[in-house]
Design a protein. Structure first.
Length: 225
C-alpha cells in the first residue's frame, strides 16, 4: 500500500478521535447542602410521599446561583421501610427545589449518611469570679468590674435572674458519618440503610444533602496576538 493512500485515512481517524474527546461531557460535580429538617422522620412510620421541608444552614453555590442561608428546601420521602428480621431499615429523602426571599430554583438532592454533630458551646465565664483575661486586673483580689455580666453573688444586686449562663448547643464544623448506617445507590440518588434499627431523623441535627450540579463550562482560550 502506498504512503500517500494511507495518510488521508490516518488524518481522518485522528480528527474523529479529537472531535469525540472534545464533546465528551464531564461528570457532574457534587454539591453538599447542610440542612436542618422541619419535622421528625422515621423509616417505616413516615410514609412514602410525605412532604419534607428543610432549612439550609450555610449559603451554598449551586449552578452559578448562590442559595442563601435559611433558604427553604422542599422535597419528599421516596423510600421508607421498617426493619424486620429479614430486611434492613431503609430511608430516602429527595429534595426537588429551593425557595428564598428573592428567588427559587429546581434541583435534585438526596439525604446522605453524613451529619454535623451537635456540640456544646460555653457561655460567659463571668458569674463567680474575676475576668482572668482582663488586661486591667493585677491578679490580686476581686476584679472591680461594674458590667452587668459580672455577678460575684448572683441576685445580690440585680433584679434579673442569677442563673449562670449554660452551654449552648451548636453544630460542629466537622462532619461525621452516622453510626451503623450505610448508603445504597438508587440509580439517580441514594437511600440510607441500617441493619441495626429503624432510621430516625430529628429537627435538631444538621444533616448533609448531596446534589449533582453541572460544572461551569470551560472558557475558550484566547488567541495569542
Amino acid at each position: 500500500m502506498k504512503l500517500h493512500a494511507v495518510l488521508p485515512s490516518l488524518v481522518l481517524a485522528l480528527g474523529c478521535a479529537t472531535g469525540l474527546a472534545q464533546v465528551t461531557p464531564q461528570p457532574p460535580a457534587t454539591v453538599e447542602l447542610p440542612v436542618v429538617l422541619r419535622q421528625d422522620v422515621k423509616a417505616g412510620k413516615t410514609p412514602v410521599g410525605t412532604k419534607i421541608e428543610a432549612k439550609l444552614t450555610v449559603a451554598t453555590l449551586i449552578e452559578h446561583i448562590v442559595v442563601p442561608r435559611n433558604a427553604t428546601l422542599l422535597g419528599e420521602v421516596v423510600e421508607s421501610e421498617k426493619k424486620t428480621s429479614s430486611s434492613p431499615s431503609k430511608l430516602a429523602i429527595r429534595i426537588d427545589s429551593a425557595q428564598w426571599k428573592d428567588g427559587s430554583m429546581q434541583l435534585k438532592a438526596y439525604l446522605t449518611s453524613w451529619i454535623y454533630p451537635t456540640v456544646e458551646e460555653g457561655g460567659q465565664n463571668l458569674q463567680y469570679g474575676p475576668d482572668q483575661g482582663s488586661r486591667n486586673w493585677n491578679g490580686q483580689g476581686q476584679y472591680p468590674n461594674s458590667s452587668r455580666g459580672y455577678k460575684p453573688f448572683p441576685g445580690s444586686d440585680d433584679k434579673e435572674s442569677g442563673v449562670p449562663d449554660t452551654p449552648a448547643s451548636v453544630a460542629s464544623h466537622h462532619r461525621v458519618q452516622m453510626k451503623e448506617i450505610t448508603e445504597e445507590n438508587l440509580g439517580d440518588g441514594m437511600a440510607l440503610v441500617s441493619t441495626r434499627s429503624d432510621i430516625k431523623l430529628d429537627r435538631y441535627t444538621t444533616y448533609v444533602l448531596a446534589s449533582s450540579a453541572q460544572p461551569a463550562p470551560a472558557q475558550p482560550a484566547q488567541a495569542q496576538k
